[in-house]
Ligand binder design. Structure first.
Ligand code: RB5
Length: 150
């Protein structure tokens, strides 16, 4: 894993993830990533998470960004959208151990967070783990190679 200041990171959320997203963006800015793009939404006003998730997924798939972070209320809806994209592996995480395993075993390229069910402090701890853990490869590479449907 490259250091965070060499990574291009994207972030997307809905209204239920807006507050957490704002705190995460501030935290990431303090780490000086190579690039940081906020795909929105940009207020607590009610929105539809696919409108923000699809553009971020496409930008990661086409190589504009190395990793993404996604946040909705449970983390599930936005993950469902992202994982429709064949080049995306979005992992829903709620603990540091799962954030570590989703990199070690699943080579996740998006950390998906349940904004209504974890604290901002917990989210930031998971971000630290996610962005400092390498994929293990080996048998896990064989398994992720079998994920795409076409
Ligand atoms: C919004 O109320 C909520 O349904 C959404 O953020 C998310 O949890 C959906 O999976």
């Amino acid at each position: 894993m490259k250091p965070i200041n060499e990574l291009r990171i994207a972030i997307a959320n809905d209204h239920a993830g807006y507050e957490m997203k704002t705190a995460i963006v501030e935290y990431l800015k303090s780490k000086s990533p190579l690039a940081l793009k906020d795909f929105g939404s940009h207020s607590p006003e009610s929105v539809d998470y696919p409108d923000y998730a699809h553009p971020m997924a496409l930008a990661i798939e086409n190589g504009e960004f190395d990793f993404g972070i996604s946040i909705c209320g449970t983390g599930n809806g936005i993950s469902m959208v992202l994982n429709k994209h064949q080049g995306i592996r979005a992992g829903l995480c709620w603990s540091e151990e799962i954030a570590e395993l989703v990199r070690l075993h699943n080579d996740a390229n998006i950390l998906s967070l349940p904004g209504r069910f974890i604290s901002i402090e917990q989210a930031l701890r998971m971000i630290d783990v996610f962005f400092s853990t390498d994929f293990e490869g080996g048998r896990h590479q064989r398994r992720i190679d079998k994920i795409p449907v076409c």
